[in-house]
Ligand binder design. Structure first.
Ligand code: TTJ
Length: 656
């Protein structure tokens, strides 16, 4: 009897669930592009991380095998092998065939478990050509196989059990292992990217103190392989993390402030270290998932910091009786902090679901962190750290007042000199803000070509002469004094935070056009960092784009083909033959107006990528790490992210 025939009605309903996933993958994993491919890997990894995070086993291993196959293992207890009382199939089969089964299983097994990804391992199964599970438990080795409908001659539903869970041998090991091949028909040749996985696993290892995560690339180069292996394990957890973020910077004190607190079904941990810089960098997470837009845990954390340091300053008479309390932002000047909470029933909110919404968390985090932090500051060795933080905050308060005055003046100057400042801007003639586009172009010569090429009825050009200022390290006055930045501000018409007002925006699209080299990547990252920090809504409301200039032009008689990377060039050369003329563009400046129009400006043909808040956050983080004062670290970072210089992490695709 075939596996398909042995299903009862209830199970068929289950399988129809998986079929729905195959029909509309976007509903479950967002996209079927590269991001979606990684998403179905996170779904599997999350399970192993949960098992180890809850104290069972200590290591999660991820291996990339040839043919786009991925394997995830842990040395936890091993997935449940006993039969589900109602469904009459093994726990393993429930996990991999029932939508959201993970959540049901885990809620009574674990005090908390991975939230956002959270669509469950069955989604990975549904979107795989095949998947098999091995469980080592109580001396026994079990295995179950699943496969896609096509493999079963199209006669059965997806994710169906090919071989139900079977005892296949004896073992001394303990744990779970899943091996799967994402379905090429769905993911269309997308490949796993080692750096993307490594970056995420490094985060996860920092956030789960002591957990070992091994990542291994065993693929051949043709499969995207890099023959790399990394082992991530941090004894200090997030305290190590803030030190890593501050590598190469001048810190006010060596040892990060680290506190943690546990309640039933709730945990919070915080690590803080101040630099001599001006910006505030808080990285927050819920169940190891980054909350880029913040949320109630961040709010609670900030209140705790403000209260505890004000009280400390009063008690120790650093803040005199008639002086007023310092503001939260004063204590956060130069602060780098990581805050992580683990909890149940997470509610994500916001534009990109990157904001923690649970209201009860604010008070909980504030109380727990304040208690622990207050205690920590009483301990030997922390007195001088506390004093340095407070003294920096008092400095911040003094300049806050001065900065406010400077800002008012700068604002007025902006108005007065508006015309002057935007002298470099070639504005468009149309006044329809809904369709107008602003091109921010690297270099005067490319700017010149862009001016000639554009459709002046709706396209404005702003050439950038130098590099925009790195706003991460600069105080507000200096930012406003920077010509490149202030020109952008006046051109856009929105002002900046805290007075940012999107209703003033004069363009629907702000398009960054920079070269495909290291300098261009740097300029993009600097601009994104500026938008991220001072005009965030510009990004979250989808107004910021990256233009992708081609690297090559192939021509054979009248046939012209622009290629955006080496792979496309190779393909193009194959198609057009050896006689095709090859031109390599070293930069935008080498293109004539017509070429620039065709490749980067003509809405009908150009290649544009809309910047997401995650892109901007990543750029911001890159700048934070890259702009340290220590060039060795910078080099090491560039080396490790060698493909950063090529296309950053943006995908090339047409948007219009
Ligand atoms: C559930 O309750 C009984 C003991 O084991 C618990 C469990 O599910 N453990 C578990 C699941 N460990 N590892 C997994 C797991 C690992 C991978 C790679 C993939 C999936 C879906 C789960």
């Amino acid at each position: 009897m075939s596996a398909a025939k042995s299903y009862n009605a209830e199970q068929i309903q289950v399988l129809e669930g998986l079929d729905a996933v195959r029909k509309r993958p976007g509903m479950y994993i967002g996209t079927t592009g590269n991001k979606g491919l990684h998403h179905i890997l996170w779904e599997i990894i999350d399970n192993s991380v949960d098992e180890v995070a809850n104290g069972f086993g200590d290591t999660v291993t991820i291996q990339l095998l040839d043919d786009c196959v991925a394997r995830v293992s842990d040395n936890g207890r091993g997935m449940p092998v006993d039969k589900h009382p109602k469904l009459k199939i093994s726990g393993v089969e429930v996990i991999f065939t029932q939508l959201h089964a993970g959540a049901k299983f885990n809620n009574d097994q674990y005090s908390f478990s991975g939230g956002l990804h959270g669509v469950g391992a069955s989604v990975t199964n549904a979107l795989s050509e095949w998947l098999y599970v091995e469980v080592a438990r109580d001396g026994n080795l079990y295995r179950a196989d699943f496969h896609s409908p096509e493999l079963a001659g199209g006669k059965v539903k997806s994710g169906v059990v090919k071989n139900p869970l079977t005892l296949v041998g004896k073992t001394k090991n303990q744990g779970s292992r899943v091996t799967f091949k994402p379905d090429e028909r769905i993911f269309k040749g997308e490949k796993f990217n080692y750096n993307i996985i490594a970056d995420r696993m490094r985060d996860v290892a920092y956030l789960n103190r002591g957990m070992t995560i091994v990542l291994e690339d065993l693929r051949m180069p043709l499969d995207g392989g890099t023959e790399k292996k990394d082992t991530f394990c941090y004894k200090g957890g997030i305290a190590d993390y803030v030190q890593y973020l501050n590598e190469g910077k001048n810190t006010l004190y060596d040892k990060p402030l680290y506190v943690e607190a546990k309640e039933k079904n709730f945990e919070v941990a915080v690590a803080i270290q101040h630099t001599d810089g001006y910006s505030e960098n808080i990285y927050s997470y819920v169940n190891s998932i980054p909350t880029v837009e913040g949320g109630t845990h961040e709010v609670g954390f900030k209140s705790a910091v403000t209260r505890v340091f004000n009280e400390y300053a009063r008690k120790n008479n650093i803040l005199k009786e008639k002086q007023s309390n310092l503001l939260g932002e004063d204590f956060r000047e130069g602060m780098v902090a990581v805050i992580t909470v683990k909890m149940q029933n997470v509610q994500f909110e916001g534009q990109t679901k990157g904001k923690l919404g649970n209201p009860e968390v604010r008070q909980k985090v504030e109380t727990l962190v304040a208690e622990q932090l207050e205690e920590l500051l009483q301990m030997r060795g922390y007195k001088s750290s506390a004093e340095k933080i407070i003294s920096k905050a008092m400095g911040a308060a003094r300049t806050r007042e001065a900065a406010k005055k400077a800002k008012d003046i700068a604002r007025q100057q902006n108005k007065l000199n508006g015309a002057n400042l935007i002298g470099k801007l070639s504005s468009c003639s149309g006044r329809n803000y809904e369709i107008n586009e602003l091109f921010i172009v690297e270099g005067d010569s490319a700017g010149g070509s862009a001016k000639q090429a554009r459709d002046r009825s709706f396209q404005a050009i702003l050439p950038l002469r130098g590099k925009p200022l790195n706003v991460e390290k600069a105080p507000l006055e200096k930012i406003l004094a920077n010509e490149e930045i202030s020109t952008i501000i006046s051109a856009l018409g929105t002002g900046i935070e805290p007075a940012f007002d999107i209703t003033g925006l004069k363009y629907d699209k702000v398009i960054i056009l920079a070269d495909a080299d290291q300098d261009g990547a740097h300029i993009r990252a600097l601009l994104l960092t500026f938008f991220f920090r001072y005009m965030r809504k510009l990004i979250t409301e989808g107004h910021v784009y990256i233009g992708m200039p081609p690297l090559y032009k192939l021509q054979k008689k009248d046939e012209i083909l622009y290629c955006y990377d080496d792979e496309a060039l190779e393909e193009g050369q194959k198609k057009m033959g050896k006689t095709a003329l090859l031109q390599r563009f070293k930069g935008l400046g080498e293109m004539n107006p017509e070429q620039l129009w065709d490749t980067a400006m003509d809405p009908a043909k150009r290649s544009l990528t809309r910047v997401t808040i995650e892109d901007a956050a990543a750029a911001d983080r890159r700048i934070t790490v890259l702009m340290g004062d220590d060039s060795a670290i910078r080099k090491d970072y560039i080396y490790r992210h060698a493909d950063f210089n090529k296309i950053d992490s943006f995908k090339i695709k047409a948007e219009d």
